[in-house]
Design a protein around this ligand. Structure first.
Ligand SMILES: Nc1ncnc2c1ncn2[C@@H]1O[C@H](COP(=O)(O)OP(=O)(O)OP(=O)(O)O)[C@@H](O)[C@H]1O
Ligand SMILES: [Mg+2]
Length: 224
């Protein structure tokens, strides 16, 4: 179980806090969805939850234990927005083993099959894959480390309708084994697989019922 308690992020150069007393609880094998407009603090929150940034105050707990930034790095795997832009391995195998040369071929194969890429050659170039395959590879790069918590920043951004649908199905499958926290400005088809939802506005996180949001999305639009 992930708990965030009164998390505040307020760099001294900023007139107001970027994250304002954020409280959140996420149970294992659930998919939490945070929806917020551009600039609301989504990526900043994921940076804290992946140990890349330290909160000004407040705490992150996993089960009953409060975590320091370096412990959070072990716990969480962050998939950046447009992760394919950060690929630096010349082959799929190199990409998966970056920073973990000790990982055996079984872990490599397991990570690829988790994301449905087991049929690809390990010597294929990451940049030669389709957009949807690249997103899957970026997920495998984090899953191979077997993090307790998978963090995804706008996972469907820039994908066409069918690739988006495939990725949403994959996330629905992954949450059977992993705990996922997804941030997006456009809930769209991610709402269907969310177990709990929050909105984030100007750094303020509020819990919302996914069913209420789903009903809103499905409401017929008034004729103009
Ligand atoms: N270290 C920092 N110092 C000052 N301002 C920052 C810092 N980090 C983020 N910000 C500001 O905090 C706000 C939130 O940024 P963040 O990138 O988290 O938003 P976001 O919700 O991810 O937006 P987008 O949807 O555009 O990706 C922005 O106004 C950004 O300029
Ligand atoms: Mg962002």
């Amino acid at each position: 179980m992930l708990y965030l308690r009164n998390l505040i992020y307020h760099p001294t150069a900023c007139p107001t806090a970027i994250l304002k007393a954020v409280n959140l609880e996420l149970a294992p094998q659930q998919l939490g969805l945070i929806i917020g407009p551009s600039g609301s603090g989504k990526s900043t929150l994921l940076e804290i939850l992946s140990g890349l940034a330290e909160p000004t105050s407040g705490a992150v707990f996993w089960r009953e234990q409060e975590l320091l930034a370096e412990q959070i790095q072990q716990l969480a795997g962050l998939v950046f927005q447009f992760p394919e832009r950060h690929f630096c391995g010349g082959t799929i195998l190199e990409e998966l083993r970056l920073g973990h040369p000790e990982l055996g071929s079984e872990r490599v194969r397991d990570a690829l099959s988790e994301v449905g890429l087991e049929h690809l050659s390990l010597s294929a170039k990451p940049h030669a894959l389709s957009g949807g395959q690249q997103r899957r590879l970026a997920l495998a790069v984090q899953l191979i480390r077997q993090p307790n918590l998978l963090l995804l920043d706008e996972p469907t951004a820039g994908l066409d309708w069918s690739m988006r649908r495939q990725l949403v199905n994959l996330l629905a499958k992954l949450k059977k084994d992993w705990t996922l926290l997804v941030v997006t400005h456009d809930a769209g088809d991610l709402l269907a697989i969310a177990d709990c939802c929050w909105t984030l506005n100007h750094g303020e996180l509020k819990s919302v019922d996914p069913m209420t949001l789903k009903a809103k999305v499905q409401e017929p639009q008034p004729a103009v």
